[in-house]
Design a protein around this ligand. Structure first.
Ligand code: 6R9
Length: 668
């Protein structure tokens, strides 16, 4: 793997031209949860610092060692410690007299709302835990969760954690095929789903996809039961041997359940994420370190002040879906461990109108908002007159995650949404890191639009060259993590070798974790993330693998070969462009080609999910390949981004690029 196109191109215009800095607001700095002393403390004794942060949690048994790194890169954090994640997220707040505080203001897309207090949450999680036990789920079993953004999604995750079952949440937009491969890989015993959820004003079915997935696995299906929440009321087919309704088994279950303490390294969840090869990676997170990392960073980066409305506690809203890691760390585990009041919204930002989010901010007095650049760019496109209609004065801090935030979007977010008073925290992290790693601290850092700035206290980050040597300020290289951190992934589910190979082999000598991103250190040593240096695309903050989409295309009978690239897109960050060679005899005229292109897009949607559908599919006679047969995606990216095609001298047939660039037969 070479540093490649992403680094050479930089994000150009934006990174170098925007020189403004925004000092922390004086009132926020004066009351900030975390000051510059945290950097000093962590620099002087990193493990001592992480031992102190562990005190945010309630441990049933104290740990005896902060980190055991003797079997690196396999880490053990908080060795010997025992705790229950659900107890930490729910029960202890009720025990501390906070049972009446709202945990979630739930807003359904059709307009239904529900306020759920910490006491309600404790009862509901306990009922669901008892129901799972009745369904035969035991400590160490796997449960797959395929739900819309409804409170039952949070309850299901916590119910699993409560009984020591490991959950794997599969994003509701994924297809039956994708769901089946995840269920099979982790051998899930139970799948929790809903009849459907609401998307863009209409019910969108989920249960039929689960039935399909289990059907695909046939006799090999590990699933004993499917537990279905009734949300839309649409008809679902029911198999009495396996299917149970949530309202039948959870609502009637006892709200009493005594949580058991598990080892700090007990598997909490597996989250599947796209890698550079076709098969998704099952990223494993465990209990103690993960919860410390999520809770500390949520407290520090959002300057979170917990408490009820009367106590003027924060009202926090993370707009991510629970199917992604951001929903895990910054809707469920971090915020609930910190006892915050938050908003949970089911639907899309434009349903039923383009002011929906701002209406919610106004209605609930949201103080902290955490979202993705792709959403911000969409709102920019819709125009500031929409948010301007609402009272957004409750907001005091804005967060960004998922992809680089270009300075234009940062400035718009700060100005239009944040009224020029809210600091913007651009937080870099990954499914693998489990917790934020690089981010400004809102009471300390003078933010630069477009930069994630510095490693958080207790985190080791560097930008290095091919040999693993740090690059000087003003230069680009590979982003690495130089020290283990509490919420780090522990392995890839069932594939230790791939874990070592993917993250630790590249800079083995130095013992660095290779993040797969390129980055630049500016003249002050602040970090600017440049994007992936591998074949992983980032579409609207979702990670998609080029080879996974290529395999989906090639699985269509008409396709001989396919190459997929992520091309820069104003709104979604990147968009999927596919170049396809048809099987001989399948060549057709332009109009028949259009129909085929439609068919191929639908096929990819079916194989992976709608988010993976290529924006554009071009049928080409040949793909640009090196003499050793490697597809030069860099050249295809040039075509997709309407640039002059770069150096073609290493191609086995340099003439091919003229044909590809000339043949623009595609739809959409
Ligand atoms: C949390 C999450 C991880 C990849 C990561 C990088 C990109 C995330 C970013 C960012 C620039 C930021 N990324 N945050 N790039 N600035 N603030 O998104 O996890 O889905 O695993 O994606 O997303 O490329 O490597 P995940």
């Amino acid at each position: 793997m070479s540093i490649g196109a992403n680094l050479a191109e930089d994000t150009g215009s934006s990174t170098s031209s925007e020189k403004r800095r925004f000092e922390p607001p004086a009132d926020l700095a004066a009351e900030a949860n975390v000051t510059s002393a945290a950097y000093d403390r962590a620099a002087q004794d990193r493990l001592g610092f992480w031992a102190e942060q562990a005190e945010r949690l309630t441990w049933a048994e104290p740990f005896t060692e902060v980190l055991d790194w003797t079997d690196a890169p396999f880490a053990k954090w908080y060795v010997g410690g025992r705790l229950n994640a659900a107890y930490n997220c729910v029960d202890r707040h009720v025990e501390a007299g906070r049972g009446d505080q709202v945990a979630f203001h739930f807003v359904g897309e059709p307009g239904d709302t529900r306020d759920i207090t910490y006491a309600d949450l404790k009862d509901e999680v306990s009922r669901a835990a008892n129901a799972l036990l009745d369904l035969g789920v035991r400590t160490g079993d796997m449960v797959a969760i395929y739900l819309p953004m409804i409170p039952e999604a949070v309850v299901s995750m916590l119910a699993c954690a409560r009984i020591g079952a490991t959950h794997t949440v599969v994003f509701g937009g994924f297809s039956a095929e994708a769901l089946a491969s995840r269920i099979e890989d982790c051998r899930a015993k139970v799948v929790i789903t809903a009849d459907g959820g609401y998307r863009r004003g209409a019910p969108s079915a989920l249960k039929p996809t689960v039935d399909d997935a289990i059907g695909k696995l046939g006799g090999n299906s590990p699933v004993d039961h499917v537990l279905t929440v009734r949300r839309t009321g649409e008809y679902v087919s029911f198999d009495d041997a396996t299917d149970v309704w949530w309202h039948d088994v959870v609502d009637g279950a006892s709200p009493e359940h005594t949580p058991e303490a598990f080892d700090a390294e007990h598997p909490l969840y597996v989250m599947y994420s796209s890698g550079t090869t076709g098969k998704p990676k099952g990223i494993l997170h465990t209990t103690g370190g993960y919860l410390v990392g999520a809770a500390y960073t949520h407290h520090a980066v959002f300057d979170l002040k917990p408490g009820s409305a009367e106590e003027k506690g924060d009202v926090y809203w993370c707009t991510a879906d629970i199917g992604w890691v951001t929903g895990h760390s910054y809707i469920v585990y971090g915020p609930l461990a910190n006892g915050v009041t938050q908003v949970l919204y089911e639907g899309t930002p434009d349903s039923p109108h383009q002011g929906r989010w701002w209406e919610i901010v106004e209605r609930y007095g949201v103080t902290l908002l955490y979202t993705a650049p792709t959403a911000i760019r969409t709102f920019m496109k819709w125009g500031r007159e929409i948010p301007d209609r609402y009272d957004l004065s409750s907001l005091r801090l804005l967060g960004s995650v998922g992809e680089p935030i270009n300075p234009e979007a940062y400035l718009w977010y700060r100005n239009v949404i944040g009224g020029d008073r809210c600091p913007v925290v651009d937080t870099w992290w990954q499914t693998e890191t489990g917790q934020m790693m690089i981010s400004p601290l809102p009471g300390v850092t003078a933010g630069k639009p477009g930069s994630a700035m510095q490693a958080l206290p207790g985190i080791g980050v560097d930008v290095v060259d091919e040999n693993g040597d740090p690059v000087p300020n003003g230069s680009s290289g590979y982003l690495v993590l130089t020290e283990p951190w509490p919420a780090m992934l522990r392995t890839l589910w069932g594939d230790k070798d791939r874990f070592v190979e993917t993250y630790w082999a590249r800079f083995e000598k130095q013992g660095y974790y290779f993040a797969g991103d390129g980055a630049k250190k500016d003249e002050d040593g602040d970090i600017w993330i440049l994007g992936r240096v591998d074949d992983v695309m980032n579409v609207s903050g979702h990670r998609l693998s080029t080879s996974e989409i290529e395999s989906a295309l090639v699985s269509h009978p008409r396709v001989a070969e396919a190459a997929v690239v992520g091309a820069a897109d104003e709104t979604t960050g990147q968009a999927v462009f596919a170049y396809v060679i048809l099987r001989s005899g399948a060549e057709e005229g332009a109009s028949a080609g259009d129909a085929l292109v439609h068919e191929l897009r639908t096929h990819v949607g079916k194989e992976i999910g709608a988010i993976a559908k290529p924006r554009k599919i071009t049928i080409v006679p040949e793909l640009p390949k090196t003499r050793s047969g490697k597809i030069m995606r860099r050249l295809l990216r040039d075509v997709a981004e309407n640039r002059a095609v770069g150096d073609t001298t290493t191609l086995s047939d340099p003439a091919i690029m003229a044909q590809i660039a000339g043949d623009d037969r595609a739809v959409k």
